[in-house]
Write a protein of this length. Structure first.
Length: 446
């Protein structure tokens, strides 16, 4: 029996019955007929990559079984195994050609961020589990994976952990991690140099694309247009996409609706501020071989609640201060170290009351008038500044800011935050200097 002829007939069956042409071109055509055990009715196929084998077995094995059984005229079991020594054979031509293989490895993944050193707690457990699932079977579930939360809650760590774990399981995969700023700068450079083919090859011929801080695509129509097509091409080929943002896709005000709908088509997860127990665990892991009294862990964890990077940074300051002065780490030394580094009891956690207090002092407007509904220019402006700072410094949601200040709708807060950001970007009315001074006042020890 000619197994190649059987497989050719099976391919025709699959091609006519598969509901995803990208799956046919990207996976089915890579299978090589290997053998047929007539006594046990087992048809064996091989494929070169572990990822391809996993995806084929998960998505297409049933269809392949039906196709081979039809070609042989009796029910036949399918066995798929790895065989990297075989070359991919030619298969029935499709209307679209298979995606071009990646031509180079990317060195964008930070090896120090892994799942093993990510501290899991109640606030981030779902994000951790979903991220690990994506790394184990990229492109099969949760595509895209969209992680959002305030700065310093572990989004970037999880992205690099996905990259490291995926490379461990599938060393041949082409993976890119990139910040939205670098993606934008690469785009601008390629437009300038008339080398858009190079840009598209870099970002579309990948198995896994991760873009950090996607909110910076707001107000940038050109990059939104380009990323829309990049997203579509990767998603149609069932290649994995992971994105992070400081907000829900729906809250990215000036992002095109067609992008928002694609971002929420997969799995969207909020990574909240870590709880007290998790903060303690993060500090203990960060301490490594340094002896840190429990009361020092508690002191730092009590005061830094919204940012893991700041939490780890504070501990590093304490350890460095101890070594510099050749003193053991005690609660007294920790307090001295953090004050010297401009971190003290009353400045680490920014609250809406702290923001309102300093905005009120700076503009000489009573807090109750800022929180009220007066629309005079001076008071409305101070209110907008307060809402902007509550969003960026206190990590509050638009809704919670609206509830706290002026009892306004979240869309009004969103508009006010955007307005102040625009004034900062354009340096209108010295807004940036004013906010810098108020921020300094918030973070100045009393």
């Amino acid at each position: 029996m000619d197994i190649n002829s059987v497989w050719d007939e099976a391919l025709s069956y699959i091609y006519n019955n598969i509901d995803n042409e990208a799956g046919y071109n990207g996976y089915i055509r890579k299978l090589i007929p290997d053998s047929y055990d007539e006594n046990n009715s087992v048809f064996a196929l091989s494929v070169q990559l572990t990822l391809e084998k996993s995806i084929i077995e998960l998505r297409y094995k049933s269809l392949i079984t039906d196709a081979v059984s039809a070609a042989l005229g009796k029910h036949t079991d399918i066995k798929i195994f790895l065989n990297s020594s075989k070359n991919t054979a030619a298969a029935k031509p499709a209307k679209k050609t298979a995606p071009a293989p990646a031509v180079s490895k990317n060195k964008t993944i930070n090896p120090k961020f892994t799942f093993d050193n990510f501290v899991v707690g109640g606030a981030n457990e779902f994000a951790y589990t979903a991220s690990k699932k994506v790394a184990e079977l990229p492109g099969t579930e949760h595509n895209p994976l969209f992680l959002y939360g305030s700065s310093g809650v572990g989004k970037t760590h999880l992205m690099h952990a996905i990259g490291n774990h995926t490379l461990l399981l599938y060393p041949d995969m082409n993976i890119i991690y990139v910040t939205s700023e670098k993606f934008l700068n690469d785009f601008i450079a390629c437009v300038r140099d008339k080398s858009m083919d190079e840009f598209r090859h870099t970002y579309r011929d990948v198995d896994l694309l991760m873009i950090d801080d996607i909110q910076f695509f707001e107000n940038k129509e050109g990059i939104q247009e380009e990323f829309f097509h990049t997203f579509n091409e990767l998603h149609n080929r069932q290649n994995q996409i992971v994105l992070t943002s400081d907000r829900l896709p729906q809250d990215l005000v000036t992002l095109e609706d067609r992008l928002k709908t694609r971002f929420i088509s997969g799995l969207t997860i909020d990574i909240s501020m870590v709880d007290y127990e998790t903060r303690i665990a993060i500090l203990q892991k960060k301490a490594e071989n340094n002896y840190i009294p429990d009361e020092v862990y508690a002191y730092i964890a009590d005061r830094i609640k919204s940012n893991i990077r700041e939490l780890e940074g504070a501990l590093s300051m304490v350890i460095s201060f101890s070594k510099m002065h050749k003193k053991p780490i005690t609660i007294e030394l920790a307090k001295e170290a953090l004050i010297n580094m401009k971190l003290s009891d009353n400045i680490i956690k920014v609250t809406p009351s702290k923001v309102l207090e300093q905005v009120s002092n700076y503009y000489s407007i009573p807090i109750d008038r800022i929180k009220g509904k007066e629309r005079t220019k001076k008071i409305a402006y101070a209110r907008q500044v307060a809402q902007y700072m509550c969003f960026h410094l206190a990590g509050m949601t638009y809704k919670s800011i609206g509830d706290e200040i002026s009892k306004c709708d979240h869309t009004t807060v969103m508009s006010n935050v955007k307005k102040i950001q625009g004034m900062i970007d354009e340096n209108k009315e010295n807004t940036k200097n004013e906010i810098d001074q108020i921020t300094k006042n918030i973070y100045t020890p009393v």
